[in-house]
Ligand binder design. Structure first.
Ligand SMILES: Cc1cc2nc3c(=O)[nH]c(=O)nc-3n(C[C@H](O)[C@H](O)[C@H](O)COP(=O)(O)OP(=O)(O)OC[C@H]3O[C@@H](n4cnc5c(N)ncnc54)[C@H](O)[C@@H]3O)c2cc1C
Ligand code: SF4
Length: 493
């Protein structure tokens, strides 16, 4: 038995509602399931013009009530859905007992970036998709509880720094400071290895800092989680482009092992006429200028970026949602989102599609661009598109979009943001000639160890998987760290 926020007694997963006030005394009290606790959010109208965070997080009472919904399965399916194997029922039970301190410690045993994952992980397709409560109703809000704990820890200034084993005398270089690199760095440091991180940009965090906007993941949250690494003794070198300043082969002379986590930062374009006109951006450039280079913080920062007018974003993933929502916040009169398949096929998180629509992003589905039209100054003035219909499923199981002949139409737009995918960062493969790569330029690495074909060199995250997710990148960093430790101890490749 526990108390809810109103002091009522209840068992896990259900709450007794005393219905005697409304019904005749002989009526039995009715058992009502506790509904999934909604996440408080900022008003869509207000937030669509500001960069402050949209989702506001659970209060302690809400977290305890939500945690009490978990029925503590003997064989918890939720854990099998988590790429880093967090003890989900364990930390949820501790929340329901109001022991937040122990809960956050348990959570962080497997996930060093919980405030980040609690905000951006696609829980609805991972742990929450497997939660048994989802079979007949709504799954436990595992991600929201994760975020609650991480925020509670940070806001109460009680952040633990993971313990570091005695020095092993071995040195590990981490190339790239996204979630894959940061996780590999923490785990290698925990094992007592001396770790140095090399990052091409002027701030560590990878996509978390340059791609995902403030209104979904504030930079201060990423900075706080990166600071833990520094407290563990990890050295972080920014503005350090590996492949230019120093190659992987040169690094191998100074380090015993290297982990490459350089991500998928190479923009993909549509290859349609007019794509070189002024006003067409890759989502990477658009978001990097806004987030990392603070264009969102005008006039404190005067980073050039097209503002206002009508902005069309092409794509249906998280990157497209982030771009279209950023456009509104930067002052667009209208923000159009153009996607060639239907809503069901959109790869973005459903929550983010709903957020975008609530804020005023206009979806144009089953629509595909064919040509960008410019004015006499070489600037974008319109986007020509065709309508599509869904045909037979392709190799990946998604229905293939097919052009409807004669359906050409145009939208008057001033800016176009292309968010149709990203390729692997090419510099390391180009400057490490003997490293084995896959068809699209991704590095070939063993899934179970992160080992590449090159002795001492491991790789993981988007550079291996292609554009994937934060938690998969973290899982790859974790796997590689274990294998690096093994290699450094045994020398066996
Ligand atoms: C806009 C956007 C929104 C996204 N939203 C979500 C989301 O909501 N949920 C989710 O799970 N995933 C999301 N993703 C995907 C997720 O962010 C990535 O899968 C994840 O960041 C990959 O991690 P990584 O460590 O492999 O690479 P990255 O995060 O890309 O980090 C790689 C780092 O390596 C650095 N680097 C590259 N080359 C070199 C070099 N030669 N020398 C030194 N450093 C180098 C880069 O500068 C970068 O900092 C999103 C991606 C984008 C772009
Ligand atoms: S599957 Fe759902 S109910 Fe079962 S332990 Fe996991 S979170 Fe709790």
């Amino acid at each position: 038995m526990q108390d809810d926020s109103a002091g009522r007694k209840f068992e896990r997963g259900e709450i007794e509602v005393d219905s005697t006030e409304k019904k005749a005394p002989e009526t039995k009290p009715k058992k009502v399931k506790i509904p999934r606790q909604p996440m408080p959010e900022q008003d869509p109208k207000k937030r669509s013009r500001e960069f402050t965070e949209v989702a506001l997080g659970y209060s302690a009472d809400m977290a305890v009530l939500e945690a009490s919904r978990c029925i503590q399965c003997k064989k918890p399916l939720c854990v099998s859905g988590c790429p880093v194997g967090i003890d989900i029922p364990g930390f949820i039970r501790l929340i329901s007992e109001k022991d937040f301190r122990s809960a956050v410690r348990l959570l962080k045993q497997m996930n060093i970036l919980p405030a980040i994952c609690g905000r951006v992980c696609p829980q609805e397709t991972q742990c929450e998709a497997k939660c048994i409560l989802g079979k007949k109703g709504e799954p436990v809000a595992i991600g929201r509880l994760e975020r609650f704990l991480a925020d509670w820890e940070r806001e109460s200034d009680q952040v633990d720094v993971p313990k570091v084993a005695p020095p092993t005398g071995k040195k590990v270089a981490i190339v790239g400071s996204g979630p894959a690199g940061l996780t590999a760095a923490v785990d290698c440091a925990r094992m007592g290895h001396e770790v140095e991180v090399f990052e091409a940009l002027h701030k560590p965090g990878g996509v978390l800092i340059y791609g995902i906007p403030e209104f979904r993941l504030p930079n201060t949250i990423v900075e706080a989680e990166v600071n833990i690494l520094k407290k563990m003794g990890v050295k972080i070198h920014c503005n350090y482009v590996v492949g230019r300043i120093e190659t992987i082969d040169e690094m191998l002379e100074r380090f015993d092992a290297i982990f490459v986590g350089t991500g998928a930062g190479l923009p993909v374009f549509m290859h349609i006429p007019g794509e070189n006109l002024i006003g067409v951006y890759s989502a990477n450039e658009y978001l990097t200028r806004s987030n990392l280079m603070h264009a969102y913080d005008f006039p404190s920062y005067d980073t050039p970026l097209a503002r206002g007018g009508v902005v069309a974003t092409i794509g249906g993933g998280n990157v497209a949602m982030d771009s279209a929502r950023t456009a509104l916040r930067l002052g667009a009169e209208r923000s159009l989102l153009i996607y060639r398949r239907g809503r069901e096929e959109m790869p973005a998180r459903h929550e983010e599609i709903e957020h975008a629509e609530a804020e005023g992003v206009e979806l144009f589905l089953l629509t595909s661009p064919t040509r960008v039209l410019g004015n006499d100054k070489g600037r974008v003035k319109a986007l020509e598109c065709v309508k599509m219909e869904l045909g037979e499923p392709d190799a990946g199981g998604r229905r293939r979009p097919v052009v409807i002949e004669g359906s050409e139409h145009t939208y008057d737009v001033n800016t176009i943001v292309v968010a149709i995918g990203n390729g692997p960062n090419p510099l390391i493969p180009q400057t490490t000639p003997d490293i084995q790569i896959k068809r699209w330029g991704n590095i070939e690495a063993n899934e179970a160890t992160g080992k590449t074909n090159k002795r001492g060199v491991f790789a993981g995250g988007d550079i291996v998987l292609g554009a994937a997710t934060v938690i998969l990148a973290m899982g790859a960093g974790q796997t590689a760290a274990k294998a690096i430790d093994e290699y450094l101890k045994t020398g066996i490749w």
